[in-house]
Design a binder for this molecule. Sequence first.
Ligand code: DAH
Length: 445
Amino acid sequence: MFALRVRICSTSLPKGLLVARPYASKPIPPPTTIEGVTHPADSWTNLSPTVVSKLGLNLHLSPDHPLGIIRSLIESHFDTFTPSIPPSAVVTVRQNFDELGFPADHPGRAPSDSYYVNRDTVLRTHTSAHEIENFHRGLERWLLSADVYRRDEIDSSHYPAFHQMEGASVWTPANISSLPSLNDALRQKIAAASSPLIVDDPTHPPCPTTNPSQPEHDPETLNFMIDNLKLSLNSLLLTLFRTHTDQQGEPLQIKWTQTTFPWTAPSYEVEVLFGGKWLEVLGCGVVKQDTLQRSGVPEKMGWAFGLGLERLAMILFSIPDIRLFWSQDPRFTSQFSAEKGIVTFKPYSKHPECKKDVSFWLPQGVDAVEWHENDFCDAVRDVAGDLVETVAKFDEFTHPKTGRRSLAYSINYRSMDRVLTNVETNALHLQVTDLLTSKFGVEIR
Ligand code: DAH
């Protein structure tokens, strides 16, 4: 999780495991009050003021916001699914990781990748954190949308707060025999759509070694289930991309690939060909029976998916920078409405960028700290807010004699709404370099 640049596939387990543990010798911050509840802090706490300021803004619930428009489109497409909004982004580590079967050493648990309120509590890193409680409610078809939080690099497609939508469909032994006819209906719906669909699916049948099915599942039923999952999501993508494919007169091209998620087997990702590039848009799979058992519905069988709303909205509305979703500038907000649906964003300005470099030596000996780039990115974000566009490392070396490690970063400052003066940028950059010294103990070169 989180090692890959594209968010939606990020719960796969990359090689080179880390063990989640707090940072050593960090001063413990004061308790945090979030949405009226005070949470004690401990050595795991790593919330940043920027990320706390995003809690409760609920962009995805605003009907005229691009994220709200995509959410409504998905809810209308899956009109037999019950939509819901989970109450708070503060969830337990159990909900977010343990109950979904994340191994103890999964990289997604590392405090360098996730925001810990304290040792037992995190800002949810994905909407899957609410899967178990939704199955518990006894719902058979449900959707949920929410804000999620991950520590990450700074560039045009990564922001520490973003939004996801999760959905699932499960069957009881009594109604599972309806799958073949449901699948036929979906096939007909796809064939009748005004824009054609080309699906590249080398994942069928699932590879027994690299994408194993669950021993509990009867192969014939599983095949119908996988077909239902794929047809349902192909049909959703056809709905979402209809405006675009109609305009271009080109068929929508989709590619299915196999992957791993701790709570599904087999598991898949879906990519869409857009602007000549394959872009990953969702993750999904057949829900593991032990997950359903933990949800109190061991007799059921079904599938689940999760998708990133910003990712889809950036593609569908041609929004070039993820920071724009948070903009209050009427030149942004007035371009979108529920009534107009998906429209192409018209950039209103591209103010000049202002690039500043910083090189430094990491502290050594007793003062040595583990360097996590995401700590640095959070600190830059806390100083410069949305005026920081990208942070990129351009040099790294270890001095052959002293063994000291040097790093060099280029920070790009740019406002989306106005021209940033040189004086302003220099002042921001000075604050960043001061913080590097005071917070991380580095020596500026
Ligand atoms: N939670 C996953 C992520 O953030 C996406 C996902 C994958 C959701 C598979 C699911 C699923 O429900 O079955 O990358």
